[in-house]
Design a protein around this ligand. Structure first.
Ligand SMILES: [Zn+2]
Length: 432
């Protein structure tokens, strides 16, 4: 076992993420209360789901906001609703270059090292890792499954060559945060999801060994799962295969906690987790069966609920929602470019802004709202608007004024989306 967190585990006030948590995004910092209301509803049914407000550096840049605004909105919501179950502000997908800005405002750090995957690690580091982990070579029996992992020295070496540089990079970022905030005062996550190829459960186990050796007391790990996790729309892939791999990933985590001394509450983090309706059943069944936790991230869909609420309100709200679509349509190439790997828009499916201009509230909301099996739902329109928040950001006060004028109707949509379509299936097992 590596040194690094044993001491910290004795710190009584150590910040721990609870078993179930939901990452939620609030791009314009107006919906924290409505989002928290979804957690309040879960609590009323006896299940603690802790909110984690996440906002990436990319979003802050596009919107022109500061991390402190997310923190203030979260603090205000928690105080006004008397929420006692804990909450976090996530410096989402930060790197060594961007972490500094988040040291004050955040207490959860998604350390993104995807760009370092596949970068060559120093030969002596790889050799040392293989030598120090010879105990992993052979057959590894896992809890909760009849499957075993078979690891050869070659597997160890190839995996170390692929991931060790990324884990070392995570260590560098972790130590910057540690120096600023002190041990036990924040939740570290390591994310590897924004890359081309999925990590297998065996790779995850070896990555966790490397994270432990690096001294990072990681509480959540975000691998890239197999299948497509496009922004704000359903999962595309083999659900049965996802379920098998998800269970093996949890078994790998269980092994890592037991053998590498990682924190006992270490759990999977499912990024781009919003609207993945077809795998929520698999996730719920598996965490129940294995008594595991999960962190489900649903960043951008709240902004879409703002649009839905505005459209539902009719009048100026509907007019603005149409204007935003027209602008997003006109600038679709530049809006989509940064998200190219996580969206699949069929341009032929996008309605012409001239026809959207004639839509009723109902036509707009039913095209945008992602309800399983709804015939009028248009996933291309939804994905375009998902990445189109820059258009609203440019409108500035005009957009915010309409959010405020229609607060009630928007809040109802925000809460319902987060609770009924995300928290209820994943954490309460309802409607799966
Ligand atoms: Zn992510």
């Amino acid at each position: 076992m590596q040194a690094g967190w044993e001491r910290e585990n004795n710190v009584s006030q150590e910040m721990k993420l609870s078993k179930y948590s939901i990452g939620t995004g609030d791009r314009f910092a107006h919906q924290a209360k409505a989002q928290l209301q979804a957690c309040v509803k879960a609590l009323a049914e006896g299940v603690v789901v802790v909110p984690v407000w996440n906002k990436s550096n990319r979003e802050h840049r596009i919107i022109g906001s500061e991390p402190a605004s997310t923190r203030n909105a979260a603090d205000r919501a928690v105080a006004s609703m008397d929420w006692k179950q804990g909450y976090f502000c996530d410096a989402d997908h930060i790197t060594l270059d961007t972490v500094a800005r988040y040291l004050d405002a955040c207490d959860f750090y998604t350390i993104d090292v995807a760009d370092s995957i596949g970068k060559p690690a120093a030969a002596e580091d790889v050799n040392a890792f293989v030598a120090n982990h010879s105990a992993l070579v052979g057959t590894i029996a896992l809890n909760g499954t009849d499957k075993n992992f078979t690891i050869t020295e070659q597997t160890l070496r190839v995996t170390a060559e692929k991931y060790l540089a990324a884990v070392k990079k995570a260590g560098e970022v972790y130590r910057v945060i540690l120096a600023a905030k002190g041990a036990g005062n924040f939740v570290p996550e390591v994310s590897m999801d924004e890359t081309d190829t999925a990590q297998s459960p065996v790779e995850l186990l070896i990555i966790l060994a490397a994270i432990a050796a690096e001294g990072i007391p990681v509480q959540t790990i975000a691998p890239k799962f197999s299948g497509r996790f496009n922004k704000g729309v359903d999962y595309v892939g083999d659900v049965a295969q996802f379920e098998r791999e998800f269970a093996l990933d949890i078994a790998a985590i269980d092994y890592a906690v037991e053998h590498f001394g990682l924190p006992k509450n270490l759990k999977l983090s499912v990024h781009s987790g919003s609207d993945k309706f077809s795998i929520y059943g698999a996730i719920h069944r598996t965490i129940q069966r294995l008594d595991a936790g999960v962190h489900l991230k649903t960043a951008g869909t709240t902004w879409l609920e703002e649009l839905i609420g505005l459209a539902e309100a009719g009048g100026d709200g509907l007019a603005l929602a149409k204007e935003i679509y027209a602008e997003a349509f006109a600038h679709r190439e530049e809006l989509c470019a940064p998200y190219a790997t996580v969206i699949d828009i069929d341009v032929a499916e996008l309605p012409a802004p001239e026809s959207v201009a004639a839509w009723t509230s109902d036509q707009y909301t039913s095209a945008l709202r992602n309800v399983r099996g709804a015939e009028t739902y248009n996933s291309s329109l939804r994905q375009l608007l998902h990445v189109g928040f820059k258009v609203a950001a440019k409108m500035g006060p005009r957009y915010l004024a309409l959010l405020e004028a229609n607060e009630e109707i928007i809040a109802r949509n925000v809460t319902e989306n987060l609770f009924e379509r995300h928290i209820a299936p994943v954490f309460l097992g309802r409607g799966i």
